[in-house]
Design a protein around this ligand. Structure first.
Ligand code: FAD
Length: 358
């Protein structure tokens, strides 16, 4: 008989897990407090990468997920991954070179470029770098559209999606999680997957578990749509900026956005000025709006994937870089939930390393 699985949350992580579970034959219900498409997900910069700043073991998971994006892009209509490449010079030259040496030795496809080559790749940058790195295999998605594409694909395979349904608490029986309480009553299942982003904390609390999970703010600015001025993702010392499929420039102080404290309007205006200083053509186009996303972030910055306290019936997925990781997490969570097989690439990310003492 098919395993009955509830997935709480229809951001990119819950949507990918639901899709992979359904594809593998599970009977899946998604419970989503709002509309499908997530909270962090819809406000994400959505760069698919295995870039600098991480140890090799985490690089390997990210690089695998980049490959999984290629697989899933063929299977799920509407994901529309764009392998546009990244142009990177947001580190001092010596650190940029050290990153190149290290990541090339790990198999990351990096090409060193000089000023002329950088301008060849991106003719519309006002202050081209003397030295940058080009990573042709990095990509982007439009994050809300991608999450909705996963959800539509899951629904087409029979997944039931309950929208505007808040999961109030987890139901337990004899130490096992057996379901989720919503306004209409208790929904029972063989397994409950928490893919609720920053909402995971409250659900875990409902069964007495407390984990070190934060939700820092990330501000991004969006221009009005314009003709194509950028081809790649630009990672510069001043800002990270890319162009969406509808032609908007979307930028943050870096890809994860900055915390604007109590002045989001002022921070957005200052950031957009930097976009106009950087990209030729942007000076003719106004900023349209800014977004403030809250990034589900485990205390040590690495993903949380697995069974909290080895609790039967319960599985947790909380992470930053969820856009990059969504296809691999969907695949590996499904293998663990249905076959009990834990992929070695997620082995380091058991949630309990971040369990807080009572
Ligand atoms: C500004 C910004 C920039 C980013 N840039 C990148 C990037 O370039 N590359 C990258 O890989 N990642 C990036 N990230 C991170 C990435 O977007 C997140 O890791 C990812 O979106 C998390 O997805 P999620 O599905 O776990 O969470 P969410 O998208 O937050 O979805 C969780 C869902 O669960 C629902 N939910 C919560 N509680 C409940 C409940 N009790 N009952 C029912 N439903 C509930 C919510 O309504 C929501 O829909 C960025 C994030 C931000 C904010």
């Amino acid at each position: 008989m098919a395993k009955r699985i509830i997935v709480v949350g229809a951001g990119i992580i819950g949507a990918s897990i639901a899709w992979h579970l359904a594809k593998a034959g599970a009977e899946v219900t998604v419970i989503e407090a709002g509309e499908a498409g997530g909270v962090a997900t819809r406000n994400s910069w959505a760069w698919i990468n295995a870039s600098w700043g991480n140890p090799e073991v985490y690089f390997r998971l990210r690089a695998r997920s980049m490959l999984e994006w290629q697989r899933i892009d063929r299977d799920v209509p509407g994901l529309d991954v764009s392998w546009c490449g990244g142009l990177i010079w947001d580190l001092p030259p010596d650190q940029l070179e050290a990153f190149a040496v290290e990541h090339i030795s790990w198999g990351y496809g990096i090409r060193r470029v000089n000023r002329t080559e950088a301008l060849h790749i991106e003719p519309n940058i006002r202050k081209p770098p003397d030295f940058a790195l080009h990573v042709a295999k990095e990509g982007k998605v439009e994050p809300l559209a991608a999450a909705l594409a996963f959800v539509a694909g899951a629904e087409a395979m029979g997944v039931k999606v309950l929208r505007n349904a808040h999961a109030k608490w987890l139901e337990e029986k004899d130490g096992r999680v057996v379901g989720v309480s919503i306004n209409e009553g208790v929904l029972h299942a063989d397994e409950v997957v928490i893919a609720a982003g920053a909402g995971a904390f409250a659900l875990l609390k409902s069964i007495g578990l407390s984990y070190d999970i934060g939700a820092p703010a990330g501000l991004l600015v969006h221009s009005k749509p314009m003709g194509e001025v950028l081809h790649t993702l630009l990672m510069t010392p001043e800002l990270h900026v890319r162009q969406t499929s509808e032609g908007r420039l979307v930028a943050g102080a870096d890809f994860s956005g900055s915390d604007p404290a109590d002045d989001p309007q002022g921070a957005a205006a200052a950031l957009y000025q930097k976009v106009q200083d950087m990209v030729i053509g942007a000076e003719l186009v106004e900023m349209d709006f800014h977004t403030l996303g809250f990034r589900p972030t485990p205390g040590d910055g690495f993903p949380m994937i697995g069974r909290p306290q080895n609790r039967e019936g319960l599985y947790l997925t909380v992470m930053h870089s969820g856009i990059t990781l969504a296809p691999a997490v969907g695949l590996f969570a499904t293998a663990e939930l249905l076959d009990g097989k834990r992929d070695r690439l997620i082995a380091p990310y058991h949630p309990d390393r971040l369990l807080k003492a009572k």
